[in-house]
Design a protein around this ligand. Structure first.
Ligand code: ZN
Length: 176
């Protein structure tokens, strides 16, 4: 496995609509493994392939395996989701505001409206169908990552964006 460089908006791949995953071959498995290592190293809670300069529709999402996550999300804490060609098939009318950051835009935060609950369908790393229901923070991470596949960044839709301060660091907002 290898830690891949995470690109920033000066690299045009981050702004392109990514291609659907067609082949779940060894090369794709290596990409998923490398993305996992990159996500854990960052550390972050989500990573989309365009962030490592690969224009393919695959995302990794993993909430931290800590006490807060376990209390709020149960078995979702520490569970790795790999979703190829993800699509949001249901979204709650309820919209919630929350703070986001992005591994591709280090040092900034923003306030973004997201659906409180969503249902996603897609394929797992072996090409088998998966469906995932998510709420709260997990739903937010999925929406942020799926936006990356269409070249959209949270700063495009944020109500406000600010440079990280010491207080932000202390609050330990997770980078996604
Ligand atoms: Zn991001």
């Amino acid at each position: 496995m290898a830690i891949l460089p995470i690109i920033q908006p000066d690299n045009p791949v981050l702004r392109k609509k990514a291609h659907r995953v067609q082949s779940f071959d060894g090369k794709f498995q290596k990409l998923v493994d490398d993305m996992y290592e990159t996500l854990m190293d960052a550390p972050g809670v989500g990573l989309a392939a365009p962030q490592v300069a690969v224009s393919q529709r695959v995302i990794l999402v993993r909430l931290p395996d800590d006490e807060d996550s376990r209390n709020e999300y149960g078995k979702e804490a520490g569970m790795l989701h790999v979703v190829a060609n993800p699509e949001i098939v249901k979204a709650s009318k309820e919209i919630v505001e929350g703070v986001e950051a992005c591994l591709s835009i280090p040092g900034y935060y923003g306030t973004v409206d997201r659906h409180e609950k969503i249902a996603i369908k897609g394929l797992d790393r072996y090409g088998e169908p998966v469906r995932i229901k998510a709420h709260g923070w997990l739903a937010r991470v999925f929406q942020h990552e799926i936006d990356h596949l269409d070249g959209q960044l949270y700063i495009d839709i944020a109500k406000d964006v600010w440079r990280a301060t010491r207080e932000d660091e202390d609050e330990e907002h997770e980078e996604i």
